[in-house]
Design a protein around this ligand. Sequence first.
Ligand code: SAM
Length: 214
Amino acid sequence: MTEPPHVTETRTAYDTVAVDYARLLEGELARSPLDRALLGHFAELVALGGGGPVVDAGCGPGRITGHLATLGLDATGIDLSPGMVAEAQRRHPDIDFRTGSLAALDLADGSVAGVVAWYSIIHTPAALLPEVFAELHRVIRPNGLLLLAFQAGGFSVRHEQAYGHEVTFDAHRHDPDHVAGLLTVAGFRVTVRTERAPQDYEKTPQAFLLARRD
Ligand SMILES: C[S@@+](CC[C@H](N)C(=O)[O-])C[C@H]1O[C@@H](n2cnc3c(N)ncnc32)[C@H](O)[C@@H]1O
């Protein structure tokens, strides 16, 4: 099957910026107590549910995967970009990272206790989110968890530069109401929904949705 052009473009862009993205976002989580609180909440709920493997889908250089591991989770990372996977593996040699796509994960049905997709659905056009959520629903076990983070908005931005490189890609600022509705249709129950104002270099509010698979 031919790969959609936006997927090829996203991979190329992140392969190009991987090393500088990792360097520039280093320490970002330390400056974001709400982000850490939400990831901590996710980790505690996974533990309360008996534990099990969790996947950081669209893991980039593994900064969230590493944090989940420090919270005691059995975390692995998957990303579209081989450059990002190499950077993640270099930074976190004890964690398993591999290439893969949010829309077609190389994971068995119901095999994970939870998925974190931290700013990775931002490169999927809104019209294609249902197929991503169907795939996440397939791999998460019943009552398992899905945590999403994304820039809120309801519009898309074309980038021609990022992280010090000339790269072209689209970033979709999804509408949280729309995303929550799509999660419900896909078979998830949204249990936490929050937004915070932009901080530091951010330009838009940041949205976070935690959902349980039915
Ligand atoms: C903004 S970065 C976020 C990386 C990481 N989650 C973090 O917070 O640092 C977006 C990442 O999602 C990955 N990505 C985008 N679309 C994807 C898809 N369809 N499947 C898997 N990974 C994807 C990109 O390659 C990139 O590494």
